[in-house]
Every structure is written in structure tokens, then in C-alpha cells.
Design a protein around this ligand. Structure first.
Ligand SMILES: Cc1ncc(COP(=O)(O)O)c(C=O)c1O
Length: 397
């Protein structure tokens, strides 16, 4: 039956992408887990055919669960193709090691995930690759840092933990004018809230461990780009042994089916909670670009749809450690957790975790004080969350 060319919303389409895999005649309502390390062939001509068609041979080369998840991610991120890797860090390191060689230079946002910075500062120099770190808050900084040998401009959409935005279209313009590629880590925002590829990014990376999976129970990473780029990176991915595990790919696709509902609600909840925290007399400062007081509110309006920006926010309370412990103990939701993007709210304290090794004066200059909490907002009822935070903040009375 020809149903005709109909257009549906992303919320609907995201439920169906990757539901069938090549070579499978059955039509299960949910894609099964293919844990097999290899696929049998009957004859040598079948072997030649499966190699020629780049079909399913060995688990590190191609796996149906990774293929299905890749189709869903490509749809969401508006890319031609996607590679599924074992972690967000695998996606980042594989992409950089594939694209760069000795003598190349990277311009990187200084305000990004600490372990990505470790790759830039500790791993790439071993291969003769230099990185200049600059704040992407002012676009002129990117332009000034560009060199004739700059091959990559690298940023996240939203920084951790101060929730600062990078102007993706402006960064793309600068990178392309210099013949460099723009790589964007979309982990804090996801393809539901922003499509960096539509804004000029050449490659989009996600730690699927976070909002993409959304259930705090699987690890994975993705690289989305053109078919040509993804096929080229895939060659190195197989050599490095960084492809994703089928079970995690299966779990993440299951989690991703509800990304439209989850991330929309998480982002709207974050905006509501940010407003409530800003009004609370115990809170010194709130970082969330949905707030009119936020210096990047104008940029947020340009890049995002209304309050659908990110489920991440951070806020500052007085630097009284006993009261901070009391506050955390009083919260009913928002448990402390070294992750983000799950369906339940979770808290982290950058000074004792991600930024523990950074000297205090440097941290303070970055806006990270011992009173700063980062919050990954879940899908709880917004009013419940607000009530719970307000009662717990009374610890600072
Ligand atoms: C922005 C960002 N990118 C990448 C990563 C790395 O992801 P993974 O832990 O899946 O390797 C993280 C982890 O927290 C992250 O926050």
C-alpha cells in the first residue's frame, strides 16, 4: 500500500528509526539484541558477497544493534551517517586521531569537559599536535587563535559546569574560512534541542551515556557526519577497537525512543527551576541561558526554540560546607551522581569532583566556587522539584 509522501514530527519519527535491520525477515515490535561475534556464511561466494557488500561479518566491523542506533542518531542529528562507539571519549579520541597528524593545530573551547581537555593537552602533543584553548564566549577569540595549520575548531554547545553557550554558526564560519573543520559535542543539548550540522558543524559527537540514553544504565558515543567522513573514521575505529558493544547499543536505542518526551520536559523543567532558584533568597547566582538575566539569553534565543535549551543548570549557594551537607541531605530528589542526562534529577559539586585538581584561583576565575552545584534536571513534576529545592535551601537560613 502506498501511503504517500507524508511528513511527521521528530517526536513521532524517533519512535521508528532503526526498527528494521538488513537481512532480517521477521518484523519484531522491538529490535532484538544481536550478541553474536560473527555471522555464518554457507559458501565462499557468500563470503565474497558479504565482504563486497560490507555486510555483517565480525562484531568489531559491523553489528545490527549499532546500525539500528546509528540510523536513529543520524535522523536526530540531521547527518548522512553515524558511527556508534564504546563511549563518548571513544568518539572524541577516534575522531581527533583520525583527522590530525604531526604539525597540525586545533583551536578548542577552554570551557569544555575536563577529559576532552586531557586529550587535547596530554595525548595530542605526543603526536606533535598543538592545541590553543580560548573562551568561545567571545567569537573574536576563535578568529585570533586560528593559524595556517589549524585543522579543527572544537567546542561543546553548552559548557560544563557554568552552562555557557558557544555560537555554533559563528564558529563554523571562522573554521570554514580557514579551511578547518568544526567539531561540536552535543552531549548537554542533544539533537532534540539543537542541530549543529544545520548550523555548519562538520562533525557532531554525543556521549550517548547521557541524555541520548537517558536512563543512567548504558555507555556509548556517536560520531555523525557525511557518509564519506563516517566511512573514513570507521576504518580507524575498527583498528583502535573503539566500536560500541551491541548490548549498550540496544539499551541506548531503547532509551532514545523517548528522547523527545524526556529532553523537552527536562529542558522546560530546567528553565522553570532556574527561575525559581533565581528568586530564592538563599541562592547567590543561577547559570541558565533561559534566564533574562543571563548574559547569553540573546544568543540562546537565536540558537534554540524558547526554553528548550538544556536540562543542565548550575547555581551558587553560600560557601558553608556544613550547611551545604545539610542542604544535600534535605533534598528528596536530585541525589548526588557523577553523571548527567538521566530521567531523574542529579546533582554534582564540581569543586570536589570534575574540577578538584584545578587551583582555587583559576576555578574562581572560571565561576566555579565551593558553593557551586551543577544540576541535571530530570522529568519529575516541575512543581515538586521546585518545592523540594525550596525546602532544602532553608538549610542556609
Ligand atoms: C560533554 C561531554 N562530552 C563527553 C563526555 C564523555 O562521555 P563518556 O563518559 O560517555 O565517555 C562527557 C562525560 O561526562 C561529557 O560531559
Amino acid at each position: 500500500m502506498n501511503k504517500g509522501p507524508m511528513q511527521f514530527t521528530e517526536y513521532t519519527e524517533a519512535l521508528y528509526k532503526g526498527e528494521r535491520v538488513e537481512g532480517m525477515d521477521l518484523m519484531p515490535e522491538a529490535l532484538p539484541l544481536f550478541a553474536a561475534t560473527a555471522f555464518n556464511q554457507r559458501t565462499l561466494s557468500d563470503v565474497r558477497k558479504v565482504y563486497g557488500d560490507k555486510g555483517f561479518t565480525y562484531i568489531r566491523c559491523k553489528n545490527p544493534n549499532r546500525e539500528a542506533l546509528a540510523e536513529a542518531v543520524s535522523y536526530l542529528e540531521h547527518g548522512e551517517a553515524t558511527l556508534i562507539l564504546s563511549a563518548g571519549m571513544a568518539a572524541i579520541s577516534t575522531t581527533l586521531l583520525h583527522l590530525l597528524k604531526a604539525g597540525d593545530h586545533v583551536v578548542c573551547n577552554a570551557d569544555i569537559y575536563g577529559e576532552t581537555l586531557n586529550i587535547m593537552q596530554d595525548i595530542l602533543p605526543k603526536f606533535g599536535i598543538e592545541t590553543t584553548l580560548v573562551s568561545f564566549m567571545e567569537t573574536e577569540n576563535i578568529q585570533k587563535a586560528m593559524r595556517p595549520n589549524t585543522k579543527i575548531v572544537y567546542t561543546e554547545v553548552v559548557s560544563n559546569p557554568c552552562i555557557r553557550l558557544a555560537d555554533i554558526p559563528a564558529a563554523a564560519k571562522i573554521a570554514h574560512a580557514a579551511g578547518a573543520l568544526l567539531i561540536v559535542d552535543n552531549t548537554f543539548t542533544s539533537g532534540i534541542n539543537i542541530k549543529p550540522i544545520d548550523m555548519g558543524a562538520d562533525i557532531v559527537i554525543n556521549s550517548m551515556t547521557k541524555f541520548m540514553n537517558g536512563h543512567s544504565d548504558a555507555i556509548g558515543g556517536s560520531i555523525t557526519s557525511t557518509r564519506e567522513m563516517v566511512d573514513a573514521i570507521d576504518v580507524d575505529c575498527r583498528l583502535f577497537g573503539t566500536p560500541g558493544d551491541p548490548f549498550d547499543a540496544w539499551m541506548i536505542l531503547r532509551g532514545m525512543r523517548t528522547i523527545g518526551l524526556r529532553v523537552t520536559k527536562q529542558s522546560e523543567n530546567a528553565a522553570k527551576l532556574a527561575r525559581a532558584l533565581e528568586e530564592d533568597p538563599h541562592v547567590l547566582h543561577v547559570n541558565h541561558p533561559s534566564l533574562e538575566s543571563d548574559p547569553q539569553h540573546g544568543l540562546a534565543k537565536k540558537l534554540f526554540h524558547g526554553d528548550r535549551i538544556t536540562g543542565m543548570l548550575s547555581f551558587q549557594v553560600p560557601e558553608d560546607m556544613d550547611k551545604i551537607d545539610d542542604f544535600m541531605g534535605r533534598l528528596n530528589f536530585a541525589h548526588y551522581a557523577m553523571t548527567l542526562g538521566g530521567y531523574r534529577s542529579s546533582l554534582s559539586h564540581p569543586v570536589t569532583s570534575s574540577h578538584n585538581h584545578v587551583p582555587d584561583d583559576v576555578r574562581r576565575a572560571m565561576g566555579i566556587t565551593p558553593g557551586l552545584f551543577r544540576l541535571s534536571v530530570g522529568i519529575e513534576d516541575a512543581e515538586d522539584l521546585i518545592r523540594d529545592f525550596k525546602q532544602a535551601l532553608k538549610a542556609f537560613d
